[in-house]
Ligand binder design. Structure first.
Ligand code: URA
Length: 224
């Protein structure tokens, strides 16, 4: 049940979406995608295989934002197709969210790694790289205009909200973004892969699914 104020906000957002949406959304997104393929905004393009841009329907009501592509995503050219992606898919399914209906992307579009022999080990993007890459996520959000954007982990939250946030403090409630839409912050699926204690891991995964269920309900409410 939404309040009168929420209804008013929703109508205002809908009106704004209508006015500002380009007439050929698909062509605009494809132009952005092509531009991102040759991005040199920071040095990460020099070492990665390719830009890993977002994917999913352009009318999605939920946009998921991860940190950066991992080893497998870098090779495949698609976000969340490796182990973290498998965990995300499993959690989405448990929450009743069909991945094919959501847009999935990353705060940073190139894989940052340290080479150790033949292995490429994930290396966290720094503030400069997150900031340089914000240009892309802002344009993706401008085109897609999801009522709900989900920050998976601290890097995505920093990119979307513009400052460092503590996940446990903002989890489970929306943070208003500049365009009036909502950002929901939750954990990164990789953090759930790394937990050695079985019981704690189960608990953390259940909390992640709980977050996704809340997010699903909120997106449905805002899209009505
Ligand atoms: N981790 C991320 O943050 N994004 C991906 O696409 C894969 C792993």
């Amino acid at each position: 049940m939404s309040t009168i104020a929420e209804e008013g906000l929703k109508r205002a957002l809908d009106a704004e979406r209508e006015v500002a949406r380009p007439s050929n959304l698909r062509a605009s997104w494809e132009a952005l995608f092509e531009e991102a393929r040759v991005c040199t905004r920071c040095d990460l393009y020099k070492y990665a295989t390719q830009t890993v841009f977002g994917e999913g329907p352009l009318n999605a009501s939920i946009m998921f934002v991860g940190e950066q592509p991992g080893d497998q995503e870098d090779l495949a050219g698609r976000p969340f197709v490796g182990p973290a992606g498998a965990l995300l898919d499993e959690a989405l399914e448990k929450a009743g969210i069909d991945r094919s209906t959501v847009y999935v992307t990353n705060a940073v579009k190139h894989f940052k790694f340290v080479a150790k022999g033949k292995r490429r080990i994930h290396n966290k993007p720094d503030a400069g790289e997150i900031s340089a890459c914000r240009w892309w996520i802002e344009h993706e959000r401008e085109l897609i205009r999801p009522p709900v954007t989900v920050a998976l982990g601290a890097t995505a939250a920093r990119s979307l909200i513009g400052k460092t946030v503590t996940i446990s403090k903002v989890r489970g409630e929306p943070v208003a973004l500049d365009d009036g839409s909502e950002c929901w912050v939750t954990v990164h699926p990789s953090s759930l892969l790394r937990m050695p204690d079985r019981e704690k891991r189960h608990e953390a995964r259940a909390l992640f699914v709980r977050d996704l269920k809340l997010i699903k309900a909120r997106a449905a409410e805002l899209s009505r």
